[in-house]
Design a protein around this ligand. Structure first.
Ligand code: SF4
Length: 429
């Protein structure tokens, strides 16, 4: 979502004359869009500002703006702690960024803008075209979260759940399609909680896939509790929804899920899994796991291993729990670090094996690849399978944006390698 936001911020500040540069020497504005999910996010921001200070030691100081969730969480404190920072702007205030910058240039007034005003933000952004149209484009449909999982800062940094108006999203999708996008990835912290005047995520998928230019639709990140029947059914009716479901479960233990305030059980998760597999056995799952959550015992960890054994996630993120400031879990007693490390190693070994096996099973098979670009040295093409796996093959520039058939020759954990099939379906005399 930060990639989407950064691009939208840039679409906005272009209007007041800014251009992007890769060279620090040229910059008279330095904008850091921050994420609060990772460990020690706040300290990393101050560290980065220290680095910028050094770079600009013998040059004119740029206008320094901190945006994103760390800006939201820290707000005025940032301006106090680091006078090198000029403006602080939270993720729901990007519609104010041009005025804030112009005001600073005129009056040198340091400001923090951290109100939750998602309605005005998206109204404003909908008037500025989303210029970053790529073969695969992000499109934010929903922001914020009302679930308050005990380990998570999102409800405090992105604010309450907000769903963008249905028509506004369809207009942006059409604009992306008209400008070269072939795949749209619908984004939201709680994307499947999308609800705008009765329109749900399933309605968005079915309407976006009517655009003939769009070949693939994906969405992320979803919550198990919001896997409603209409969304499950859409896997039956949709022609373009990809068969990879990223459905974070965090733990396989009901006790741990309760303690995390996840609001669903493993039985409910598995019911969704069974329903989707019944609709289409080709559907695969990926997830996020927090290992060593406070109170996690051997039995809870075994429950997580059992769940992985059942679902056979093909791709997952797994981390050791680390407390985030301001969350309920911040005050819970940590479990022994050594035990957490051992558990993480064990779980990652299994998850990586699943990934390797899945990729190996595709060797000597033909897969559909949406071609995104050429490799850095232009010698090959790069694309993705239906399951988001990277594929490198002997494609050409003219293949970019097309879905081509590739025979897989080799694989490793993260990538498939193959040859494009050019004569499929043609008669040979
Ligand atoms: S549902 Fe997701 S975004 Fe919301 S609080 Fe839980 S982990 Fe955070």
């Amino acid at each position: 979502m930060n990639e989407y936001d950064s691009n939208r911020i840039f679409d906005s500040i272009k209007k007041i004359g800014y251009e992007k540069t890769e060279n620090y020497e040229d910059a008279n504005c330095y904008l850091l869009n921050t994420c609060h999910i990772r460990d020690k996010a706040k300290e990393k921001v101050y560290h980065e500002i220290g680095r910028v200070k050094k770079i600009f030691r013998s040059r004119k100081k740029p206008l320094v703006i901190i945006a994103g969730c760390v800006a939201q969480a820290e707000n005025a404190e940032m301006l106090k702690r680091e006078p090198y920072i000029d403006l602080v702007i939270g993720p729901q205030s990007y519609h104010k960024i041009n005025d804030t910058i112009l005001n600073f240039i005129k009056k040198k007034e340091k400001i923090e803008e951290t109100e939750f005003d998602a309605v005005s933000k998206f109204e404003y952004l909908s008037k500025i075209k989303n210029k970053v149209s790529k073969v695969s484009s992000f499109l934010t449909i929903q922001e914020g979260c009302d679930k308050f999982c005990h380990f998570c800062v999102v409800p405090y940094t992105r604010g309450p759940e907000y769903s963008r108006p249905f028509k506004q999203i369809l207009d942006e999708a059409k604009y992306l399609a008209d400008n070269g996008s072939k795949e749209i990835i619908l984004l939201g912290q709680n994307v499947n909680a999308y609800d705008n005047e009765g329109y749900r995520l399933s309605d968005l998928i079915l309407n976006i896939e009517k655009l003939p230019e769009i070949k693939r639709v994906r969405y992320t990140t979803s919550h198990p509790k919001d896997m409603t029947e209409d969304l499950i059914e859409v896997y039956k009716t949709s022609k373009k929804l990809m068969p990879l479901v990223h459905l974070p479960v965090q733990s396989g233990s009901n006790k741990t899920l309760r303690s995390m305030n996840r609001k669903h059980t493993i039985e409910e998760y598995l019911t969704t899994f069974d329903k989707l597999k019944k609709i289409n056995p080709k559907i695969e799952f990926s997830s996020d796991f927090i290992i060593g959550y406070p109170g996690e015992e051997d039995k809870d960890f075994k429950d997580t291993l059992n769940l992985i054994e059942k679902v056979k996630f093909i791709n997952s993120f797994s981390f050791i729990f680390s407390p985030r400031p301001g969350t309920v879990a911040e005050n819970l007693d940590l479990i022994d670090k050594k035990i957490s490390i051992e558990r993480l190693e064990k779980i990652q070994n299994i998850l990586f094996q699943n990934q390797i096996q899945m990729n190996k099973s595709l060797e000597n098979k033909i897969v559909d690849v949406l071609v995104e670009n050429l490799t850095d040295d232009n010698s090959k093409a790069f694309g993705r399978s239906e399951y988001m796996t990277s594929i490198i093959f002997n494609g050409k520039k003219s293949d970019i944006g097309k879905i081509v058939k590739v025979r897989i020759n080799e694989s490793n954990r993260n990538t498939l390698f193959g040859e494009i099939i050019t004569n499929l379906g043609q008669k040979v005399a």
